[in-house]
Ligand binder design. Sequence first.
Ligand SMILES: CC(C)(COP(=O)(O)OP(=O)(O)OC[C@H]1O[C@@H](n2cnc3c(N)ncnc32)[C@H](O)[C@@H]1OP(=O)(O)O)[C@@H](O)C(=O)NCCC(=O)NCCS
Length: 202
Amino acid sequence: MDMEQQKQRIAVFGAGGHGKVVVDAIECTAGLTVACVVDDRPLAGATLLGHPLAGGREVLLARRDEIDGVIVAIGDNRARAAAARWLGEHGLTLVCVVHPAAVVARSARIGAGTLIMPGAVVNAEARIGENTIINSGAIVEHDCDIEAAVHVAPGAVLCGGATVGAGTLVGAGAVVLPGVCIGPGCLVKAGTIVIRDMEADA
Ligand SMILES: CC(C)(COP(=O)(O)OP(=O)(O)OC[C@H]1O[C@@H](n2cnc3c(N)ncnc32)[C@H](O)[C@@H]1OP(=O)(O)O)[C@@H](O)C(=O)NCCC(=O)NCCS
């Protein structure tokens, strides 16, 4: 069997800007290859980093024998969570993608469908839920607890023991101080410093 055949074949669901970085991360990772790029509304003849776009999502069901797993490449937290639910309901397997230039502690736990981008650091005993994005250069320190469908945007820093509820966006360059608890469905503005807990949907 040649090397290409041994690679895990990943379908990318979502062909916008976020889809582009997910395709790149897969192509940078030994042992992974892009099986197909699927979008609900692909433009006729369009490609993403050289991959022709297919759609809608039913293509994933028709091609299930050609793929080993799927990652949802949609930046919006709610839309990503909904797409992941649909995939689960249809028996498709969600996979994690960890860019080789990310640093992830051996004791960190990462949920299915989560993406860790280049330059990100996930430190000891951090826990990250399913379908979350830890974006480029973000830092998730030791013992942080991040729930599902969160987006930690580029350059954001979560200090040790911080917690983030499901569906929250931590904006680019934000800093969350040690042990601070951010509820589900929150929006942390880019560049802000979170010094105390945030209630749900704040
Ligand atoms: C907070 C945010 C959602 C506001 O967006 P918006 O609703 O379009 O707001 P506006 O740009 O109209 O700004 C509204 C007010 O908030 C202020 N504001 C906007 N973003 C701010 C920020 N990050 N920090 C402080 N103030 C901010 C504006 O200056 C404006 O103030 P004013 O009314 O006194 O003039 C947006 O600026 C933000 O931080 N988004 C996060 C983006 C991000 O990190 N995405 C991840 C991409 S990978």
